[in-house]
Design a protein around this ligand. Structure first.
Ligand SMILES: *Cc1c(COP(=O)(O)O)cnc(C)c1O
Length: 405
């Protein structure tokens, strides 16, 4: 038997029939069919409240690529100070729910049409290169709008222990730290509305110490760059990288410790940052644990002495749970039989989807209560990097329903 990750706290103590957002799982399946993603907005709100308490003087941004579902954006936008987008498509969704100057647009390879749309609407462009900066300036002139810009820095630091490192090495993301101040001078001289710096050192960190260290290093770095540029930044976006426990042995991040560490670093920050606002941008930490993917058992079969539960959902909706989205070793997300949650494990099964590829495996040799065709399997941690991070067109199965309640 292979272990599964821990159930999110809101579901960990449930017994018998899984309840999501106040309703039993079979009711959601009845109303919307299967597979269905159900996202509990109260859990998102609880994460926001926890952040507010831990970081009283820091802005909270939602990185919408984690889950850009419009109904979720409607729920999250009023709770956060800003939205971070990474494409023209996300930009269109964001400007519907948030004022433009609370939206920033990062990501390499922004096309002219995307830059122009951002400049026209007044969204802050997190510039990823000198070339992109030059295009933004000339587009601003052509349109007759002063572009709002920040410089994304490829920092000479790494977020230790993060699932994905995005700094401290040759990178498509951001301008190398040793050239960032020069770019700020160019932008200011050209009359752009310079809003500050954006530094993103990594994702999926569960170590408070690593985050505290990265945030302190980011403060020091942006202070140095500001001195060098001769300009105080209105905003420093410190990145994010707060992780969630997906796998056996993962321990939830001590967010309060990170907040204390940052408060200490901010209290003694260099004078050039005295009037700067600070922001943290979070994706998965805000939404992952709020979502459950419900899929129905279609068939139960034995092969080679093993039992397979074949379900109607799979990697075409929830790629990450099958271990095919940025993980090196395949490990099990937490799963449950939704009508027997908390019941004793009675058998070892593999939960597989309907796609004709051995990669389509939601649970590998997991221990579950007995399940039969018609039963519902719940896949937890489905609120982030679900449908939009999966190959939904692969094999032509229908899209999953997505509900925010
Ligand atoms: C992907 C991304 C995020 C969100 O990452 P999470 O791990 O979901 O929190 C935030 N900022 C930037 C720049 C990103 O690329």
């Amino acid at each position: 038997m292979k272990p599964m990750g821990p159930l999110p706290p809101e579901f960990a103590d449930q017994r018998d029939v899984l309840v999501i957002a106040g309703r039993e799982a079979p009711a959601w399946a009845e109303d919307h069919g299967t597979p269905v993603f159900v996202i509990d907005r109260a859990i998102v709100a609880a994460r926001v409240a926890r952040f507010r308490t831990a970081f009283p003087n820091v802005d909270l941004h939602y990185a919408i690529k984690a889950n850009p579902l419009p109904a979720l954006l409607d729920a999250v936008a009023p709770l956060v100070d800003g939205l971070d987008v990474a494409s023209g498509g996300e930009l269109e969704r964001a400007v519907r729910v948030k004022p433009a100057d609370a939206i920033s647009f990062a990501g390499p390879g922004k096309r002219d049409a995307e830059l122009a749309a951002a400049i026209r609407s007044g969204v802050i462009l997190n510039l990823e290169s000198e070339g992109e900066a030059a295009r933004a300036l000339s587009l601003g002139q052509a349109i007759g709008v002063r572009p709002r810009v920040a410089v994304r820095v490829n920092p000479d630091l790494e977020l230790r222990g993060s699932g994905m490192r995005m700094g401290g090495r040759p990178s498509p993301f951001g301008v190398d730290a040793d050239r960032a101040a020069a770019l700020v001078r160019v932008l200011v001289a050209a009359g752009a509305d310079w809003r500050g710096f954006h530094v993103y050192a990594g994702s999926q960190a569960l170590s408070a110490d690593a985050l505290i260290e990265a945030q302190a290093a980011t403060l020091a770095l942006t202070a140095c760059l500001s001195e060098e540029a001769g300009a105080a930044p209105p905003l420093v976006n410190l990145g994010g990288g707060f992780g969630v426990p997906y796998f056996s042995g993962d321990v939830a991040l001590d967010v309060e410790a990170v907040g204390e560490g940052l408060a200490g670093a901010l209290a003694s920050r260099p004078a050039v940052l005295a009037d700067t606002r600070f922001a943290i941008e979070l994706g998965r930490w805000l939404v992952a644990e709020a979502g459950v993917y419900l899929t129905r058992v279609v068939d139960r079969k034995r092969s080679g002495g093993e039992t397979f539960l074949i379900v109607d959902g799979g990697l075409h909706h929830q790629l990450a749970a099958t271990g095919n989205f940025g993980t090196v070793v395949r490990r099990n997300y937490p799963l449950a039989v939704a009508t027997r949650i908390g019941s004793e494990t009675v058998e070892e099964v593999s939960v597989v989807g309907p796609l004709c590829t051995p990669l389509d495996r939601l649970g590998d040799h997991v221990g579950l209560p007995h399940a039969e065709p018609g039963d519902l399997i719940a896949v937890f941690l489905a609120g982030a990097y679900g449908a939009t991070a999966s190959p939904t067109a692969f094999l032509g199965h229908p899209a999953a329903a997505e509900v925010v309640a």
